[in-house]
Ligand binder design. Structure first.
Ligand SMILES: [Zn+2]
Length: 347
């Protein structure tokens, strides 16, 4: 089985965006608020939105299950207030639940959290619990910068995060560290802000003792870990200078990297530098980079090809990257897949 741990509902029907537009217009003028949280999207519209995109690519590329969450740039934690953020997260997460109910063999849900700049993240616990316990979700996306590019909130190691981390541990769900859109013109969203977020989160973890306090807390750093694998020597050296343990002991029971690196040399470096046990297959299709690479004739985000091609990887390595590591990091995934009758293919 090939599990893609990083997909967003980038192709959601436009009614979702219209709801958001009205919700935000309602902040200035209450009469413009959406009358209800019902989107008016039929099951057929959801099917249409997926059949020509995510499902088509799953079939063409030979992947099986996508761990699926709301569109990351749409989270926009920096817009609105706590009440609109809470409703927005709920509406987006409910739509993901409908997707995974319509296609239980293809999608497993991960939730958006109602983070708000300046608000302690324990306001996210109720939605996390609802999504995990009632909707069968297996993780969450957690932004290290809900301000959208201005980094006005405390680091991920701040004590204000602890109540949320305690619930994540209790529920056995990991978080993917994932920023949303950038409202800072210095930072292009997917080209700079995303990679900044990934790299910054890693350095925050490195310079703390967070995982001594939470030894089973797990994070996936997407986009290949940002700049981290390329600069692994720098981080090893910084850990040494800061009198921290070696990185394998200090972070690698808790921090994992995905394969959303859009060329073969990048994947080869990732697999050479980062232990195979810490790498999870992902593509982030559809949307982060949409085009076809003229050098290969294939989509940049067809990351399975790079794993297939990387000559240093053994069959055992591939089995871990494609399936087994995801089953390990997402503690609830095995039960969800078994409940849906999806057998383990490799062992
Ligand atoms: Zn993403």
């Amino acid at each position: 089985m090939i599990i893609d741990c990083h997909g967003h509902y980038t192709t959601a029907p436009r009614e979702l965006e219209l709801f958001r537009d009205r919700q935000l217009a309602g902040l200035a003028d209450r009469s413009r608020r959406p009358p209800s949280a019902t989107l008016g999207i039929s099951d057929d519209r959801i099917r249409e939105s997926l059949e020509t995109a995510q499902l088509k690519f799953q079939r063409e590329r030979g992947t099986d299950v996508t761990i699926f969450s709301p569109r990351a740039s749409g989270m926009a934690h920096h817009v609105g207030d706590a009440a609109t953020g809470a409703l927005w997260a709920r509406v987006c997460n409910d739509l993901i639940h409908r997707v995974s109910t319509l296609y239980p063999g293809n999608f497993v849900g991960v939730c958006q959290l109602p983070q708000v700049p300046g608000v302690p993240p324990n306001n996210c616990i109720a939605e996390l619990e609802r999504c995990v316990k009632e909707l069968g979700f297996i993780g969450c996306n957690l932004s290290p910068d809900p301000s959208g590019g201005y980094w006005t909130d405390p680091p991920l190691t701040d004590r204000s995060w602890y109540p949320l981390y305690e619930r994540m541990v209790d529920l056995d769900v990991p978080a993917m560290v994932h920023v949303s859109s950038s409202c800072n013109p210095c930072f292009h969203a997917t080209g700079a802000h995303y990679i900044n977020g990934d790299t910054t989160a890693f350095m925050q973890f490195l310079s703390s003792d967070l995982f001594k306090r939470f030894p089973t807390l797990k994070f996936i750093i997407p986009h290949g870990g940002g700049a981290v694998p390329y600069h692994w020597g720098r981080y090893r050296g910084l850990a040494q200078d800061m009198k921290r343990p070696p990185l394998a002991e200090h972070l690698l029971n808790n921090v994992f990297f995905d394969t959303c690196v859009y060329h073969l040399p990048g994947i080869e470096l990732l697999a050479r530098v980062i232990p195979i046990d810490n790498i999870l297959f992902a593509s982030e299709m559809v949307g982060a980079v949409k085009g076809i690479d003229p050098e290969t004739g294939h989509y940049f985000d067809d990351t399975k090809r790079y794993i297939d091609q990387a000559s240093s990887l053994s069959a055992e390595d591939r089995s871990k990257i494609f399936e087994r590591n995801a089953r390990k990091v997402y503690g609830r995934l095995n039960a969800v897949l078994a409940q849906r009758g999806l057998a383990r293919v490799s062992s």
